[in-house]
Design a protein around this ligand. Structure first.
Ligand code: DOR
Ligand code: ZN
Length: 439
């Protein structure tokens, strides 16, 4: 089985390639990337005018299975990934039950294998039940396929437990993905603290809620030698502290979510819970600093924090609705529109932050188009303009503040193991599910 991708702008950070080239895929692997490949192939894809990149990797998604299948399942989440250009996603453990045991890690891996070709990699909880007390068995979890540990959704509040977890993680060699939010400081906050919250009569979440845990965790990483990845950074001082950590030579990386570089608290115009997420939308100063951090490569990764919720949950008043928005199907177009088209990031940096760096952080042999590697490939038309329509989302979660937003940049093909799992051709879309053996 061979596929030939013709005339695309191949962007591969591993070989520093940014050139019009052809890509030949054979038996699920990259066979050759060359100026002009003249060979007979089973499939030929014309990528003229498109970027051809290593398959995108999202380090931070919430698929709600088990326990909250009314919000999303592994199958629907994986379909959303395919539609969004992602070939690999890492799913957070805040399901019910929590993914805190080898059995649960195996369950996610097995279920994903059954329903999708997308690589679904589980992240295990730091403490049993995410209760913040008893540290899980990192060694066994890692050996059985958990690619990181995280308490995402909340922080490990007890600094002694957090330190012990980082010490064990350093020993095992598993990365710690930190959700930074001081539970006591956040109190009843639901949106950024400031004038806007006062105007809307809502309790605020100060930047310090995030900053104090970012500072603590960086210092604990220094103390223990742990590999620390800071999730969904939203504040000016987070960027400054990540810069400090890098200058200190610590193994610290950080991610920014598309909504945090696209919107500010001032965009919350109505009582619309699709603008409610954790951490919250911040100020112009925070957004500008996040963008600078991305541009200067202080911030390593763009990750979505894809957090689907049911319509009825998000229809509740702002103060009562759950935190979180969907992200998988708007990440490419928002990054393109807000960062690449505006000159904040080069296309190469976009690929670094959405594929190459994520692969490095979790230590997987992906995020590149080098010959011999698995053919996970994303093809993006950077110039296609359209309006986001959440009703077309493959995700069960339609909870996005971006419905109706005009954007530029569209995923044309997503390929996993050399197989097309999503295509957009002549205005019609197709998600190709895994071949399920007939009973
Ligand atoms: O907005 C959020 N939603 N932030 C989180 O940290 C958790 C997530 C969720 O699970 O819904
Ligand atoms: Zn999250």
């Amino acid at each position: 089985m061979t596929t030939l991708i013709k005339n695309g702008r191949v962007i591969d950070p591993a070989s520093k390639t940014d050139e019009i080239k052809d890509v030949l895929i054979e038996n699920g692997k990259i066979k050759a990337v060359e100026k002009s490949i003249e060979t007979k192939a089973d499939n030929v894809i014309d990528a003229t005018g498109c970027m051809v990149t290593p398959g995108l990797i999202d380090l931070h998604v919430h698929f709600r299975e088990p326990g909250f299948e009314h919000k999303e399942t592994i199958r629907t989440g994986a379909r959303a990934a395919a539609r969004g250009g992602f070939t690999t996603v890492c799913c957070m453990p805040n399901t019910r039950p929590v993914i805190d045991s080898v059995e649960m890690v195996k369950m996610v891996i097995e279920k994903a294998k059954e329903v999708t070709d997308i690589n679904v990699l589980p992240i295990a909880a730091i403490t049993a039940g995410q209760d913040g007390e008893y540290i899980t068995d990192f060694e066994k979890l890692y050996a059985n396929g958990a690619i990181a540990v995280s308490e995402d959704g909340k922080s490990v509040m007890n600094a002694r437990v957090a330190r012990q977890a980082m010490r064990l993680a350093a020993e095992v060699g598993i990365p710690v993905f930190a959700h930074c939010e001081d539970k006591n400081l956040v109190a009843r906050g639901v949106m950024n603290a400031g004038e806007k919250a006062k105007e809307l009569g809502l309790f605020g979440i100060m930047n310090a809620v995030e900053d104090v845990i970012v500072a603590r965790d960086i210092l604990l990483a220094k103390n223990t030698g742990a590999q620390l990845h800071l999730c969904h950074c939203s504040t000016e001082d987070s960027v400054r502290m990540v810069k400090f950590a890098k200058e200190e030579g610590l193994k610290v990386t950080a991610e920014v979510a598309p909504h945090h570089f696209t919107l500010t608290e001032d965009d919350i115009t109505t009582d619309d819970a699709n603008f409610k997420m954790n951490p919250p939308l911040r100020t112009r100063l925070d957004v500008d600093t996040l963008k600078e951090g991305l541009q200067d490569n202080i911030m390593d990764v763009i990750a979505t924090d894809h957090a689907p919720h049911h319509k009825t949950e998000k229809e509740r008043p702002f103060a009562e609705a759950p935190f979180g928005i969907t992200g998988l199907e708007t990440s490419v177009c928002l990054t393109m529109t807000e960062l690449v088209k505006t000159g904040v990031l080069t296309p190469m940096q976009m690929v670094e932050k959405m594929s190459y760096n994520p692969a490095k952080i979790i230590g997987i042999d992906k995020g590149t188009l080098l010959p011999g590697k698995v053919a996970d490939v994303t093809i993006i038309d950077p110039d296609d303009e359209y309006v986001i329509d959440s009703e077309r989302f493959a995700s069960m979660g339609k909870n996005t503040p971006f419905n109706g937003k005009k954007v530029t940049g569209r995923v044309r093909y997503t390929m996993v193991n050399g197989r097309v799992v999503y295509s957009y051709r002549d205005g019609s879309e197709c998600i190709i599910d895994k071949d399920v053996p007939k009973l």
